[in-house]
Each structure stands twice: as structure tokens, then as C-alpha cells.
Ligand binder design. Structure first.
Ligand code: NAD
Length: 387
């Protein structure tokens, strides 16, 4: 068996890696740059760290600040129209996954005919045929891995859908943990567990390979050893560095191996209840892994060890069981509700959540255990009850 692995962008990682921005922009023959970010990051001066050196180097920069968390389709349509109208030479995304996903859309879809909706995975009818503008992606959360994936996620009325193509990939990713120091505990927790979920789902995925396994296990180690500290003491530089590398590695792992059941069940929580992506993944992670663990016990044992525990004197079955317990403990320790009730979701919502989750066939196909409608309902029910 062989596999295709894509590690596309030139990446700069580590503390102060943003200092490489201008030298990278200089490699492209550009003048007019659109910087895409959210209003909060603009207000706290984070975006200035990107625009100031660009302006100093003589580039014309326009800052677009209409990014919102979990961006709805209409926000993507508006940004693409803006990009088309203003003839930019390059797009730079600064922010969490929401800003980075929109930047990928702006750079590529603006070079095409039609609406963003025409290119959605589940319902779109048009094909992406060209790369569009060069893209630089600069994450300010340690979570989504969007800087290394070819995916843009959009919120629809009751669920989420993606635009996905290798032409969406960044040309350059700059993953500087210094930009994450201002993340509040709640966002640190949700985005950090999002990254952990990417690594875990990538590791147990049916599409995993020795390369993605190496990335995923190191991501699990780094995230597990740093997330509690990063949440309780956001000024801890080493915890921020570890979480940043963990998120980047998890992004590379899941982009190549895929995510599965947790994400399939999380998307409707985001769509129907507007729960942040990281929180949706976090609340479901222990329940999905608990349900499927008998079909991936060896992987769960490895995950347990990578989380810093020892399975040496345990059977595979016992280690997998304890792994699920530790995942639940981790989610609770970082302050995320451990049941759907904690997000004010009633039992009457479980059927409609199930109906939307079952549509995520691309994700569900990678689950080590096949998940049918009744399985999905059972998992939601366990997550609702919190047991
Ligand atoms: P986000 O981008 O929505 O940001 C969440 C909040 O954190 C915002 O209010 C933002 O202003 C704030 N924030 C960001 N950086 C900050 C900083 N350094 N200091 C203080 N506040 C900061 O959150 P996210 O979890 O990074 O992204 C979520 C989006 O990414 C969702 O739409 C999700 O579906 C998508 N996603 C995409 C991929 C992919 O591969 N493309 C993967 C997973 C998730």
C-alpha cells in the first residue's frame, strides 16, 4: 500500500518566527496585500505585528476585519466579493482557524467564477481549477492546523461544510507561539483540545500511515504535557511553545490521515447550536473514543502512553479503557463542560443532530468502527447524559 502525503507550505515555527515575514513576502512579485483578520485581534494590536513590518518594507496593505468566529457562508461570500473588487496581489491571514479559512477562500475562489456556495463539498457544482493569489497564513490560536491544510470550513444553517482543494494550501505558514500569549483560558482550552482531537482522530484513522502516526503521537505528547498549564497560566512561555508545535504537528497529521467520527458529530453541534468548533470536539471526544475503542485498542493504548501514562502492566483493553477516562479528565480539567447538558442542549435535539451527522459520509468513512445512525444517536445520548 502507498499513500499520498502533502506537506505543502514552507513553514516557520518557533518563538519569534514572525520575523521571517518580510523576507518571505519579498520572494513574491507583489505590491498590494490584503491582510484578513478579526476585529478583536485588530483592537488588541496583534494584527499590527504583521502590518507594521510590511508597511515599513514599502508594501501597500489593506486590513479586512470582518472575520467572525465559525464564519457563516455569507461572510465568505462577502470577503470573496471584496477581494475580487480590489485587485490584490497577495492575501495574508492573521487569526484563528476562522480568519485562516476565509483567507484561503479569498485567495482562491476570488480567481474563479460564481459564488463560494458553488464550491462547497456537499452541495457545490463547480470545480476549483486554479490557485489564485499567493497566501501566507499566520495562526494566533494553537488549534485548527488550518495553516497546513487545504480545507476551509463554513457554517451553514444547521451544520458545517467545507471547500477543499490543494489550490487552497498556503504558500507560507508562520507558526509563532508568541502570537498566542494573549489567548484567554477558555479559547486556549477549546483550541488546544481541538488540536488534540486532530492528533487522536488522525492516529486512529483508517487512512493513517507510519508518517502520520509519528506526527500524531508527538502532537499528543506535546499537547497533553502543556495544555493544563497553558490554560491555568497563559504566560507560561514553554507551555505556549509546546502547544503551538503540537497544534502544527496535529494539523499535518490529520490533513494527511483525515479526521473522523468526532468531527462528524461535532459539525452539527456547531451548526445547530453555534458551539465553538473546539468545544464541540472536546465535549464529544471521550464519548466517541469510548464507543469505538474496541475497534482501535492498540491505538488507544499508544495514545494513553503518549499522554504520559504507562500501559506497561496493563492489558490492551484496560489501557484503552483508561485512555478514555483520561481524555474525559483532561476535558474537565481545562474547564470544558463534559456533557451536552453543560451546553444547554436538550434530549429532544439528539435526533436532529444525528440526522445531520450521518450526512458527513467523508468523515465517517475514516472511523475505525463503522458508525451508523443508531450508533451516532447512542453516542450523542451518552454525551448528553455525561456517562
Ligand atoms: P477562531 O478563529 O474562531 O477564534 C476564536 C476566538 O479567539 C475569536 O474571538 C478570536 O478573536 C480569538 N483569538 C484568536 N487568536 C487570539 C489571540 N492570540 N489572543 C486573543 N484572542 C484570540 O477559533 P479557532 O478555533 O482557531 O478556529 C475555528 C474555525 O476553524 C472554525 O470555523 C472551524 O470549523 C475551523 N477549522 C478549520 C480547520 C481547517 O483545517 N481548515 C480545522 C479545524 C477547524
Amino acid at each position: 500500500m502507498s499513500e499520498k502525503l502533502t506537506f505543502a507550505p514552507i513553514s516557520y515555527t518557533g518563538w519569534d518566527s514572525l520575523s521571517h515575514l518580510v523576507e518571505e513576502v519579498n520572494r513574491f512579485n507583489v505590491n498590494k496585500i490584503l491582510v484578513i483578520t478579526d476585529p478583536f485581534l485588530q483592537d488588541i494590536g496583534l494584527t499590527d505585528k504583521v502590518t507594521a513590518p510590511l508597511k515599513e518594507a514599502g508594501y501597500a496593505t489593506d486590513v479586512y476585519t470582518e472575520v467572525v468566529p465559525e464564519p457563516p457562508l455569507v461572510v465568505g461570500e462577502k470577503l470573496v466579493a471584496y477581494t475580487r473588487d480590489h485587485q490584490f496581489d497577495m492575501v495574508i491571514g492573521v487569526g484563528g482557524g476562522s480568519a485562516l479559512d476565509l483567507t484561503k477562500l479569498a485567495g482562491t475562489i476570488a480567481a474563479h467564477e460564481g459564488d463560494v456556495a458553488d464550491y462547497l463539498n456537499l452541495t457545490g457544482t463547480r470545480q476549483i481549477t486554479k490557485k489564485g493569489l499567493p497566501k501566507i497564513l499566520i495562526p494566533t490560536t494553537s488549534g485548527t492546523g488550518s495553516e497546513v491544510t487545504n480545507i476551509s470550513v463554513l457554517s451553514l444553517e444547521t451544520t458545517k461544510d467545507v471547500v477543499t482543494h490543494d489550490f487552497l494550501l498556503a504558500d507560507v505558514a508562520i507558526v509563532d507561539p508568541a502570537l498566542t500569549m494573549s489567548l484567554p483560558p477558555k479559547v486556549t482550552a477549546a483550541t488546544g483540545v481541538d488540536a488534540l482531537t486532530h492528533a487522536i482522530e488522525g492516529y486512529v484513522s483508517k487512512n493513517a500511515s507510519p508518517v502520520t502516526d509519528a506526527l500524531a503521537l508527538q502532537a499528543i505528547r506535546l499537547i497533553s504535557q502543556s495544555i493544563r498549564t497553558a490554560v491555568s497560566n497563559g504566560n507560561d512561555k514553554q507551555a505556549r511553545i509546546d502547544l503551538s508545535y503540537g497544534s502544527y504537528l496535529a494539523g499535518l497529521a490529520f490533513f494527511n490521515a483525515g479526521v473522523a467520527g468526532v468531527h462528524a458529530l461535532a459539525y452539527p453541534l456547531g451548526g445547530q447550536f453555534h458551539i465553538a468548533h473546539g468545544d464541540s470536539n472536546a465535549v464529544l471526544l471521550p464519548y466517541v473514543m469510548g464507543y469505538i475503542r474496541q475497534d482501535c485498542e492498540k491505538c488507544m493504548k499508544d495514545i494513553y502512553d503518549a499522554m504520559g501514562f504507562s500501559s506497561t502492566n496493563l492489558s490492551q483493553e484496560e489501557a484503552a479503557y483508561r485512555c478514555v477516562d483520561e481524555l474525559k479528565r483532561l476535558v474537565e480539567d481545562v474547564g470544558i463542560p463534559s456533557s451536552l447538558k453543560g451546553f444547554d442542549i436538550g434530549e429532544n435535539a439528539l435526533t436532529s443532530l444525528t440526522k445531520d451527522a450521518i450526512k458527513q459520509t467523508r468523515l465517517l468513512a475514516r472511523s475505525p468502527m463503522p458508525l451508523h445512525e443508531e450508533d451516532i444517536y447512542t453516542i450523542y445520548h451518552a454525551a448528553y447524559e455525561g456517562k
